[in-house]
Design a protein around this ligand. Structure first.
Ligand code: 3Y8
Ligand code: NAP
Length: 245
């Protein structure tokens, strides 16, 4: 009996949820509960952590999950690591449905760094206007470079003052557009962008906008993840499900 758990939070997860719903396959969609009003999905949806590997393994057994599709963001490393461990522990089959990392093209001015902390240290130097397009969860690290004016793009309005002395915030959730990102970079007089190598289309417009305006990007590369079966196309997810039923 098929019952799929989709771990979501990306455009790819939403596209998969629609395809699963269209096929009438039993499934549960899962959010961590990071933002106030996550995008509604056409599947029964749960919100919140599972309680680590054991919590996830228990959930899989209790909900009689037959297949896990980890469609979380490439920076959701803890969740993806838990999936690999819980699948091994419970014997439930798991696959990762992700998008390839972005690659530089002619005209890009990227400085690739391995972590948030390395991104912070590359910002040493005279004050600039810096767009932090990395969300909310890692902003405090940038207090080590307080000389800049930071423009923060956040999904939800902050409930407390951001942990940086000189900021302005833009409240917006993607997927973003080239027109919108060009306007943001120009009206905010951005001189440098910090972002994660998320991949996909939903946040790629800032890369094109930066290239058009000749702006440098500090690109935070993806964290390492445990070995796992990974696909980038919805059809490959469905082939995997039918091959493992
Ligand atoms: C809660 C659920 C869809 C999914 C849309 C994608 C695209 C728009 C681009 C910038 C970069 C950033 C951030 C971003 C993008 C999509 C996708 C994507 C980046 C939502 C969503 C949830 C989250 C969580 C949120 C994080 C934050 C990261 C903002 C929904 C809208 C910066 C990642 O306030 C917070 O705590 C926000 C937390 C994790 C990273 C961070 O550290 O702050 N995503 N984003 C998910 C959950 O609860 O499980 O409402 O759709 C989903 C999307 N965000 O179906 O259309 O596919 O990636 N999300 C990054 O890439 O750097 C914005 O501003 O240019
Ligand atoms: P994370 O650091 O890897 O996960 C931390 C903990 O949050 C996990 O151990 C798990 O808690 C819980 N969790 C994460 N994703 C979950 C999900 N889809 N359903 C249920 N619980 C989940 O994850 P994150 O980076 O905070 O990302 C959280 C969510 O935002 C994910 O859905 C991710 O796809 C989405 N997102 C993240 C980013 C990003 O930049 N990190 C960007 C776009 C979207 P337990 O251990 O208790 O199970």
């Amino acid at each position: 009996m098929i019952k799929i758990l989709i771990l979501g939070g990306t455009s790819e997860a939403s596209a998969l949820a629609s395809a699963v719903a269209k096929r009438g396959l039993p499934a549960i969609f899962s959010y961590a509960g990071r933002v106030n009003t996550p995008k509604p999905q056409p599947l029964p949806t749960r919100i919140g952590g599972f309680g680590g590997v054991n919590g996830l393994a228990t959930f899989l057994v209790q909900e009689r999950i037959s297949h896990i599709v980890d469609a979380t963001h490439p920076f959701a490393a803890q969740m993806s690591t838990s999936v690999v461990a819980a699948a091994a522990q419970s014997g439930v089959k798991a696959i990762a449905f992700t998008r390839p990392a972005w690659q530089t093209v002619n005209g890009d001015q990227w400085q690739s760094v391995a972590s948030i902390d390395e991104a912070v240290s590359t910002l040493a130097g005279p004050p600039q206007r810096v767009l932090l397009a990395i969300g909310r969860m890692h902003l405090s690290a940038f207090a080590a470079q307080p000389q800049h004016h930071y423009v923060l793009r956040l999904v939800d309005r902050p409930t407390s003052p951001p942990p940086l002395p000189d900021v302005s915030t833009v409240i917006d959730r993607g997927p973003f557009t080239l027109e919108g990102d060009l306007a943001l970079l120009q009206t905010q007089c951005i001189q440098r962008i910090v972002c994660k190598n998320a991949g996909g289309e939903g946040a790629a417009s800032k890369l094109t906008a930066a290239r058009t305006l000749g702006l440098p990007i500090v690109m935070i590369e993806r964290p390492a993840l445990p070995p796992r079966h990974e696909v980038h196309r919805i059809d490959d997810v469905f082939s995997w499900i039918s091959d493992h039923t």
